[in-house]
Design a protein. Structure first.
Length: 213
């Protein structure tokens, strides 16, 4: 029996995943968490074989939660299940310790197959994500500018490029406007841009635009 923890701030999604997964006699959803802090606490208190982790959480960015889980409990398998396309977070998630990345719009059977695959000791990646990784390996991606950003800097870039104001970004990231300004400044400096417009143009060109956090 594979014990699974579902981490998502939407109760309907958690319940839907539980119903889907428990159609298989091999899967048991023994825990649900709606925040990153709750997920980390549950993982310290209970045994789970696998975590289905959303990136958009109300208290901590999912990538930060992923890194902490991978650091504290490296034996636990983590699949990121997100609304964001693989181009935005797929490679980052794998580098941070995930063993798979699936878009929420994928067919249910893909999720079931992915879980079985990672439990068997393999990683799960889609064809498009595999191409990304191959391009990185052979240098075709030419080390894209946004790959040098921290997760918070990258999140700031995506949110800013979606038209969010500084105040809106600070509310979404649950940080002060001053702190967000620091991340924005670091992002511009690392990428060599003079202003927000250049950063926005870049983000749109590389399809990094976020609709949410």
């Amino acid at each position: 029996m594979i014990n699974i923890l579902v981490v998502d701030d939407h109760v309907l999604i958690r319940k839907g995943l539980k119903m889907l997964l428990e159609e298989s006699p091999d899967f048991k959803v023994n825990g649900e968490a709606e925040t990153g802090a709750q997920a980390i606490r549950m993982l310290r208190e209970q045994h789970f074989d696998l975590v289905l982790l959303d990136i958009s959480l109300p208290d901590k960015h999912g990538m930060d939660v992923l890194k902490q889980i991978a650091l504290e409990q490296p034996d636990i398998k983590i699949i990121v299940l997100s609304m964001y396309p693989e181009e935005q977070y797929g490679v980052r998630a794998l580098k941070a310790g995930a063993v798979g990345y699936i878009n929420k719009q994928a067919a249910p059977e893909k999720l079931v197959g992915a879980i079985k695959q990672v439990i068997s000791g393999q990683k799960y990646i889609s064809a498009s994500l595999a191409e990304q990784l191959l391009n990185n390996l052979i240098g075709k991606s030419q080390e894209l500018l946004h790959q040098s950003l921290s997760n918070r800097e990258y999140q700031t870039l995506c949110l800013m490029s979606s038209g969010n104001s500084l105040t809106e970004i600070s509310e979404i990231m649950m940080l002060s406007p001053k702190t967000v300004s620091v991340y924005r400044g670091r992002m511009l400096e690392k990428m060599g841009f003079k202003n927000n417009a250049e950063a926005v143009h870049y983000a749109i060109s590389y399809q990094l635009v976020d609709a949410k956090n």
